[in-house]
Design a protein around this ligand. Structure first.
Ligand SMILES: Cc1ncc(COP(=O)(O)O)c(C=O)c1O
Length: 510
């Protein structure tokens, strides 16, 4: 008997004796799952960072491959996603030395490695490998991650913040994203449950809330104040949601901001913590860009540090902090490593989070190792320290210069204004589209900023993400561009962008 109760004779189906339907009909096969009967929440969920503009870019890439002279440019420049190594950023040597030795521990017994790897990388790899059960990065670990690595990460948090961290509160994840999904899944019971998110926001949040059938309660960042986060705005949006019958459960803060690049002041953070405390909300602190701060007058402080410095503890404040190996100066996106630190929840709830983590068995071990290195890099006096510091400083200072250069160029464009990127990896310029462009977008059946981004792509090969993918104040239009292309390419990119923008304005303003 084959599938569906079909009796197979010499590989041919005869009749279906179970349900009486003849299968010998010549009607074409219909897959049981089609676009009209999949989970509608999947259809609802949008992720613009890899959305329609990127799909179009991939088609153009194919076209270029087949005929390099078919387009007005000879390469695509992917400024749509914070993926530094895909644009040529080199990995940090110490991190990769340790990673290589951990993944191939047989090397640790070979004398020759002394001439190839730094002594502290060898020592670190030995210590990590011996702390992993089975000495194998190819084995499953504890579902929260290897205990010894969580301990190193907890110590790193403690060194960063000056307040203790418990390895039992750390869940190692495949990048920050699975941790965010897990917390959203935990908190959303139905459409009446809401999570407050910044607008503009990184679309992981809107996508995850849609998938888990909850309600996104927006609060708007103030573009005229450098994308400032005002507590009065939080209050009024919360009140409106409550009046609509929404149980608001948590507040998401992305600091430094994506796509907006602002770095919050400690004073502002204190007010946000107080707001969450007063309203009994969980604070979901997305801190994946914590090492990407470029403005001289700004510095990153974790929400954990702020909450503890205000006297709030594990017993009276619920905070989940997310971090990742994908960003910073290491940009190890493809290795998928991250953690969430879950504090201020009952042990019953923490056990349920642990159970959810267990359903996926564990995060990948190479990502776990990398996360431990990010939180415990070489120290002054270690053989690798000098090289590590110079690689780190070179990447961060170049990112700062690129952010400045690009913002200056964008601000020179007609009808464009752009806040500086104090941190993170993006600029989010606002464009006042002329009436003619609005009409042309409508005629093309496109959202106006998508229309602009598609025209930019078609003319220059530069791939950016329309502001509508992050949501924005209705009636305003933006796009997000990363600051990641190599510094030496920036002048060319700026020239292409400027010349496109001028001709776009000429075409539609006239
Ligand atoms: C604000 C923010 N949070 C989370 C993530 C997820 O990153 P990952 O899952 O690679 O750690 C990103 C990625 O761009 C991001 O920008």
């Amino acid at each position: 008997m084959g599938a569906n109760g079909v009796q197979e004779v010499n590989g041919n189906s005869t009749s279906n004796i179970d349900n009486g339907k003849s299968l010998s009909s010549t009607a074409p096969w219909c897959p049981p799952i089609n676009i009209d009967n999949i989970n509608p929440k999947v259809l609802e969920c949008q992720y613009a960072v890899r959305g329609e503009i990127v799909a179009h870019a991939e088609r153009l890439q194919q076209k270029l491959l087949q005929d390099p002279s078919s387009l007005p440019f000879d390469e695509l420049i992917y400024c749509n996603i914070g993926n530094p190594q895909s644009l040529g950023q080199q990995p940090i040597t110490f991190f990769r030395e340790v990673a290589a030795l951990c993944d191939h521990p047989g090397l640790l017994h070979k004398k020759e490695i002394q001439t190839v790897f730094s002594s502290d990388a060898i020592k670190r790899a030995e210590s990590i490998v011996s702390s992993i059960p089975g000495r194998a990065t190819g084995a499953y670990s504890h579902s929260k991650g290897v205990k010894a690595l969580r301990t190193i990460i907890a110590e790193g948090i403690q060194n960063r913040d000056g307040y203790s961290a418990d390895p039992e509160d750390i869940f190692l994840t495949d990048g920050a994203s699975p941790g965010v999904h897990m917390m959203i899944r935990l908190m959303l019971r139905n459409k009446k449950d809401g999570i407050m998110c910044p607008i503009p926001q990184y679309p992981l949040y809107s996508a995850s809330i849609a998938l888990h059938d909850g309600t996104l309660v927006p609060y708007y960042l103030d573009e005229s104040k450098g994308w400032g986060l005002e507590v009065s705005e939080l209050k009024s949006r919360l009140e409106a949601a409550v009046a609509d019958g929404i149980n608001v459960r948590a507040l998401v803060v992305i600091n430094p901001g994506n796509p907006t690049g602002q770095v919050l002041s400690e004073e502002n953070q204190q007010k946000i913590v107080q707001f969450c405390k007063d309203e009994n909300l969980v604070l979901l602190a997305d801190e994946v860009y914590q090492e990407n701060v470029y403005a001289d007058n700004k510095k990153f402080s974790s929400f954990k540090k702020i909450a503890r410095s205000m006297g709030y503890t594990e017993r009276d404040f619920s905070l989940v902090s997310f971090h990742s190996i994908s960003k910073g100066f290491y940009g190890e996106c493809g290795r998928r490593g991250g953690y969430m630190e879950v504090t201020g929840f009952d042990s019953d709830v923490k056990n349920q989070i642990y159970k959810m983590a267990s359903v996926s068995l564990c995060s990948n071990l190479s990502g776990q190792v990398m996360m431990s290195l990010v939180m415990n890099p070489p120290k002054d006096g270690d053989e690798s320290y000098e090289l590590y510091s110079s690689e780190r400083n070179a990447i961060l200072s170049s990112l700062g210069r690129r952010a400045k250069m690009l913002a200056e160029a964008l601000n020179k464009l007609e009808r464009v204004s752009c806040n500086e990127a104090e941190g993170a990896m993006y600029l989010f310029p606002r464009i006042e589209l002329p009436e003619g462009a609005m009409k042309a977008a409508q005629a093309a059946g496109m959202v106006p900023d998508t229309f602009y981004c598609k025209r930019l792509l078609d003319a220059t090969g530069i791939v950016v993400v329309p502001g509508s993918g992050f949501r924005q104040v209705p009636g305003t239009w933006h796009f997000r561009i990363t600051i990641l292309p190599p510094e030496e390419k920036m002048p060319t990119i700026i020239a292409k962008l400027t010349s496109f923008h001028e001709s776009f304005m000429q075409e539609f303003q006239g």
